[in-house]
Design a protein around this ligand. Structure first.
Ligand code: SF4
Length: 348
């Protein structure tokens, strides 16, 4: 179903929204309390800068001087039959990105955000990968996706996942800045543990993420546990091979948080007994959570498993990964190109 745009244009001060309170205080050389009030207006209440309460005129003027002509236009929004809503946004330089609003329990939403325009990693099963990379998004451009969707939503948005267009760890600092705005008590007020950052396996940045002690949920898109097979599906395997990736997953598992391992199921490709066995060899002793999800490939090269194929694979996984949580993730929004792996900046 095609719908009119949600928010024609967000305000010029929006790029101030790309920093959490602390970052804003440093960037503007102002007191933390003032930064909180400014963020509370611009992000928390989505109001113009001048409506920040109890901030001196001189501080507001300084913030206004730093504001640029940041733009994010909602070009289109489309509703899939299952309630997923895909948004197409236009940026000031003509680039386009998408975000997907995902319904949760008929009471609230979570939001899938893009971190780059396109993606350089070229995974074989992914429409974004076929676009190639245009550029990184600024942190405010990620927060702006959330603001635009929130303005269009009656229910609360209580979670965010960086799983839209792009490899978040190729845009590490901007993604983390945006994530901290989303969980800032003056900003998005989303529980940190309900914000997920997903990587295809950029190992050095995973190690940095773990060493820095961030508490957002870390997800790794694994998709094959046999190196040749993974390299054929995900060229990133050639730069950051499975043994290094598994070490980084193990290292993160030593913190309080286990990694969520995403596994895009492609029938006849990575859902056989030998695939489950290889997963078991790699991950059996590491605390993880495994999320299999059916592939969505509009080119027809890959197909999702049938129900009997899924049952057989699930049983094999249970045998080879005893005691590990295995939760199949619903793959929604296919009829409007809103599902995982389908984001390609298309107008419908
Ligand atoms: S699956 Fe993720 S990392 Fe791979 S090409 Fe698509 S957007 Fe990039």
């Amino acid at each position: 179903m095609r719908l009119p745009p949600a928010v024609p244009r967000l305000r010029a001060v929006l790029h101030l929204a790309g920093q959490d309170s602390r970052g804003l205080a440093e960037a503007l050389g102002i007191e933390l309390a003032d930064a909180r009030r400014i963020l509370g207006a611009v992000v928390g209440r989505d109001r113009p800068l001048r409506e920040a309460r109890n901030v001196r005129r001189e501080v507001l003027d300084r913030a206004a001087r730093e504001a640029s002509n940041a733009r994010l236009d909602c070009l289109e929004k489309v509703d899939a039959r299952d309630g997923f809503r895909r948004y197409l946004f236009g940026l000031g330089d003509g680039a386009r990105v998408e975000a997907v609003r995902i319904p949760l329990f008929d009471t609230h939403h979570t939001l899938c955000l893009s971190s780059q325009v396109g993606c350089a990693l070229g995974c074989a099963f992914c429409a974004t990968g076929r676009l190639g990379l245009t550029r990184n998004l600024d942190s405010w451009e990620m927060v702006a996706q959330w603001l635009a969707v929130r303005a269009d939503s009656e229910r609360r948005i209580t979670g965010a996942v960086f799983m839209g267009q792009g490899e978040p760890f190729h845009n590490y600092e901007a993604v983390l800045r945006a994530a901290y705005v989303l969980c800032d008590p003056a900003g998005g007020r989303i529980d940190q543990r309900r914000i997920s950052i997903s990587t295809a396996g950029v190992v050095p940045m995973m190690r940095r993420y773990t060493a820095e002690g961030h508490r957002f949920r870390l997800c790794v898109s694994l998709n094959a546990a046999l190196p040749e097979k993974r390299a054929a599906l995900m060229p990133v395997e050639r730069g950051h091979p499975l043994d290094e990736l598994v070490d980084a997953i193990r290292e993160h598992g030593r913190t309080r948080d286990r990694v969520t391992v995403e596994y895009v199921m492609m029938a006849g490709v990575n859902t056989g007994e030998e695939d489950a066995e290889a997963l078991g060899r790699l991950l059996r002793d590491i605390p993880i959570r495994l999320n299999p999800i059916a592939v969505n490939d509009a080119t027809g090269r890959f197909r999702p498993p049938t129900e009997p194929e899924w049952s057989a694979f699930r049983d094999a996984l249970a045998r080879h990964l005893p005691g590990q949580p295995i939760v199949r993730r619903y793959s929604g929004g296919q009829d409007e190109n809103a599902a995982c792996g389908m984001l390609a900046s298309r107008a419908s």
